[in-house]
Design a binder for this molecule. Sequence first.
Ligand SMILES: Cc1cc2nc3c(=O)[nH]c(=O)nc-3n(C[C@H](O)[C@H](O)[C@H](O)COP(=O)(O)OP(=O)(O)OC[C@H]3O[C@@H](n4cnc5c(N)ncnc54)[C@H](O)[C@@H]3O)c2cc1C
Length: 514
Amino acid sequence: MLFKTLTFEEVKKHNKDGDLWIVIDSKVFDLSKFADLHPGGPNVLYAEGVAGKDATETFFGLHRHEVLLRPQYARLQIGVIEGEVETVKVPAPGSLSKVPYAEPSWLSEGFFSPYYSNNHRKFQKAIRNFFEEVVRPEAIKCEENGKRISQEVVDKMSNLEIIAMRLGPGKHLRGRTLMEGIVRPEEFDYFHELILNTELARFGTRGFVDGMLNGAVIGLPPIWNYGSKELQAKVVPEVLSGKKYLALAISEAFAGSDVSGLQTTAVRDGDHWVVTGTKKWITNGTFADYFTTGCKTEKGLTVLLIERGEGVSTKPIKTAYSSTAGTAYITFDKVRVPVGNTLGEIGNGLSVILSNFNHERWMVTGCSVGAQRVIVEECLKWANQRIVFGKPLNSQAVIRNKLGKMITRIEACQNWLEIVTHQMNNMTYNEMSSKMAGQIGLLKQFVSRCGRETAEDATQIFGGRALTVTGMGKLVENYHRTSGFDAILAGAEDVLGDLGVRQAMKRMPKDALL
Ligand SMILES: Cc1cc2nc3c(=O)[nH]c(=O)nc-3n(C[C@H](O)[C@H](O)[C@H](O)COP(=O)(O)OP(=O)(O)OC[C@H]3O[C@@H](n4cnc5c(N)ncnc54)[C@H](O)[C@@H]3O)c2cc1C
């Protein structure tokens, strides 16, 4: 776009009574067309002493930088100041933040990590680019309107094999071209997957994080670990290509933490099971085509893959986050399910369900760390730019203390998460199941608790803006409202803490006496 270059004198000349010109950084904006940014009210930017002058500080006290990037406001810029250099630059899509602690150490200039290779760096760059350009606008739109992720974005993700990669390393990646060949299937490891999980949670759209097909991430492993070859051949390609949607349907009104208390029944009738019961809070359930479902049978808990059809109905459950997550209440009313859809041995459903938990909990932890780090960045920026009592907010010791704690928490979470990820990279699936369940439980408990403490501190730092859905504090508002989800989904915090200690007790050597 070509802009007129003005001198300060020319800008001032326009600044007659009632004129609404401001300079933000080196750019000159005509505020008379700015009314829709402040509908129905007087605008601080019109005030004497602001209009016609450099309003950078005033503007950034009121608006996020991204406001100026909205296409509808492009019309406001009518010039640039001659000889002035723009100091507030819009970060290029996909670029790394220069704010201290806004990125993990391995992505911070001059810092090192034993875990990440150049391939991880290349992968991270490509993923952040794609997420910023394609996923972010969709995430913001869906978080707001509550609609499920569009097929168009799902198709773009599946073209890059993002759905398949979100299920971790493994044979399901063989023969696929991952991120246009940036990483070879045999090279892909849990750190690549961790990058995906942290990057997708950066937009302040917690409902969309679950809406981005988390149902498939948690519902598909039982199919390829325990389903028949025929079932795998049919369902896995449909789900990984984003043509069909899947949800994990275990929880019920009377069986959440206590999975063994499930009341949905499956009764044998020839070559079919007849399933009757309800499921509660099922992520992606409102739009899922398949449900990996825990059922009670004569021989004990059994997991079945149920296809949407006669007798299956779903309705949305309103939650504190966006309904883009597709959280559903499901009713199975005498649904006939082929016996071939049984996942694992009849009566062995509890181990099918439990073996699924490690990956799910680790995934939730990665997303939580990604979101939490963005909040730390938001707070560092805000404390630096917000002027209160004539001084930046960060000149208050109490604010610096909060920032210090936030930084400590995010670094502790990241470092523990990375060492756990390193174990996962080096263990077999069975080793992971037996050795890591307790530690992943404790890790998830720690990360979600840290997240909630950070949400509280961030709310204090942002003040009223943290309670406003749009505007300066919108990411903090979303995080504060939704960080509790990480403490409940995939296992409640207290239950996981208890699991971690019980697992440790089991491994206590008999001769470990004081
Ligand atoms: C938005 C959302 C999405 C979800 N998505 C899915 C999904 O896709 N699929 C699915 O199957 N489920 C899903 N769930 C269910 C979720 O997994 C359960 O809510 C969770 O397991 C906790 O169960 P509960 O809510 O019944 O709590 P309860 O089991 O009733 O426990 C209540 C509280 O009591 C405490 N508690 C319970 N037992 C113990 C114990 N032994 N020791 C110490 N404290 C204890 C914990 O603090 C716990 O938070 C979802 C839930 C929500 C809210």
